[in-house]
Design a protein around this ligand. Sequence first.
Ligand code: SAM
Length: 269
Amino acid sequence: MAEAEAFRIDTSRPHPARVYDWWLGGKDNYPVDEELARRILAVDETVLRGARGNRRFMQRAVRTVAEAGIRQFLDIGTGIPTEPNLHQVAQQAAPDAKVVYADNDPIVLRHAEALLRGSAAGSTDYVHADVRDRDTLLARAGESLDFAEPVALSLIALTHYLDDDPAGDDVHGLLKTYVDALAPGSYLILSQVTPDLSPAAIAKAAQHFHRSGLPFHPRPLAGVNRFFDGLELLGPGVIPVSGWRPEPEDVAAQAEGIVPVYAGVARKP
Ligand SMILES: C[S@@+](CC[C@H](N)C(=O)[O-])C[C@H]1O[C@@H](n2cnc3c(N)ncnc32)[C@H](O)[C@@H]1O
């Protein structure tokens, strides 16, 4: 892709970051994004709760690993800023936390400034990169983070945009190369859409993504568990997102019902 093209905001077709922003009630989306977001909402009524539940999981997971002593965070597939952002959660728990964000969408880059206002004691950085360009992404992240020390790597609601094809994205192989680059004591935080809980709705949602030219790869539990191969899963393991170590604020959302997104956190031994 030409460099100028990588930075151009294309309003002629939907983008995952902007569709997700619409579900979260944000304003950084275009009619084409809203159209796809509404189509998916019409076939999967859990999608708004799923997006909110996913943001809440990010907060609980980041606090959990910060409390376990993690001071470095690499968040890939960051999305359009939505308060509280990951660095705010991490730096509230540990003001000296260093956070690097990475996303390949030009609209996220345009908002990067909002992601870079961190605590004085810590640091925040933004890398405009595709997760599939692992070497470039890690080299840039390495300007802020020390990969000889533990890092929490988060891919939250990202992997369902990547395929399994060994000649394509090879998402499990790709993730393994990221985990291999992490020091012992690092963590992987991951969530992704599954067809397990509401297969008909997720199949229809996938059709809408595909018709819009977007990849979408929901994965069953075994496929999500595979992301954590070789790592020590924290309790309660990989489970629907709202059930992952819920806090009192999550009780009402849990009562609204389960959402088809799995989540887990694991430590590299
Ligand atoms: C559904 S949003 C999730 C945002 C945030 N992680 C959260 O869970 O609230 C998915 C994000 O992944 C980004 N993304 C999709 N494919 C990507 C890729 N190949 N490389 C980097 N980022 C990607 C999108 O631009 C979008 O911002």
